[in-house]
Write a protein that binds this ligand. Structure first.
Ligand SMILES: Nc1nc2c(c(=O)[nH]1)N[C@H]1C(S)=C(S)[C@@H](COP(=O)(O)O)O[C@H]1N2
Ligand SMILES: [Mo]
Length: 250
């Protein structure tokens, strides 16, 4: 197990974060409800809950893929995004809002100065390719905690800068995955700032789920009670347009 020490001196390791993650998950009213259900239900129901919080495998630097291809949209392209690329995202801000007590607007500099986690994981695309890469970013649960996510929230929606045929790309996860210790909003990849092709300035990594859940170009994180009424209502771009599975666990 590797230990990462962030600039704030917070020691982050797979084990340490797992404990932190579990504390947080236990603290979430939704999960408390699930766990309470599990206590009175079958062993398999409990095991399903435990599996959801397990860590995805992590790899060594030596195991990283020599190339990590880009896929899907590789540049949102429109004027405002192009302006942010030109100014190296100096004036860009991530919005965290919806069912939160304290909506946030965070600059890339603020995100990079916050506690971060680095993980080397395997990305699996449904189109039949995989690649192992290193991701560095802000643990999602820390941002949601900072924003004061409300008990009425059930899902977290990631709004992206790109669209296909006028339909914005978006994705969503439930609170178990949102508070998973390996769920991060990555600003770094393979030791470099995240490139435009891979989703600059910020992209989601939810390491126990398929490639299309790994939303690139994340502009806004919205806590919601329901996915109904958000775009096509199925929780994601590919879910809406092609009937892809919403959970997409691997
Ligand atoms: N905003 C946005 N996110 C996206 C996509 C996209 O087209 N737009 N494609 C998805 C798919 S299908 C995959 S496999 C990965 C590809 O990530 P990469 O370009 O870093 O390899 O991003 C996912 N996230
Ligand atoms: Mo994909």
């Amino acid at each position: 197990m590797t230990l990462e020490v962030s600039r704030r001196g917070l020691v982050i390791g797979a084990g340490g974060l797992l404990v932190a993650g579990c504390d947080k998950i236990n603290a979430s009213p939704n999960v408390r409800k699930l766990l309470a259900l599990g206590e009175g239900a079958t062993y398999s129901a409990q095991r399903a809950i435990v599996d959801r919080t397990a860590l995805a495998p992590e790899f060594t630097l030596a195991q990283m893929s020599p190339t990590f291809r880009t896929n899907g949209n590789t540049n949102p392209g429109w004027t405002e995004y192009a302006g942010h690329v030109a100014s190296k995202f100096a004036d860009w801000q991530l919005i965290v809002d919806g069912l939160v007590a304290r909506p946030l607007k965070l600059s890339l500099a603020q995100l990079r100065a916050a506690p971060y986690r680095t993980q080397i994981t395997r990305h699996d695309c449904v189109e039949g390719w995989s690649a192992i890469g290193q991701w560095t970013g802000a643990p999602l649960y820390l941002l949601l905690k900072q924003a004061g996510i409300l008990p009425s929230a059930r899902f977290v929606v990631f709004h992206c800068a790109d669209d296909s045929g006028g339909r914005p790309y978006y994705e969503s996860v439930d609170l178990i995955d949102a508070f998973h210790p390996q769920s991060i909003l990555a600003w770094g990849m393979n030791g470099q700032p995240l490139s435009v092709g891979h989703g600059a300035p910020l992209r989601l990594r939810v390491e126990r789920q398929l490639g299309y859940k790994q939303a690139k170009y994340v502009m806004r994180v919205e806590a919601v009670a329901s996915l109904a009424g958000i775009y096509g209502g199925k929780g994601g771009y590919w879910e809406d347009v092609a009937g892809y599975q919403w959970y997409a666990g691997i």
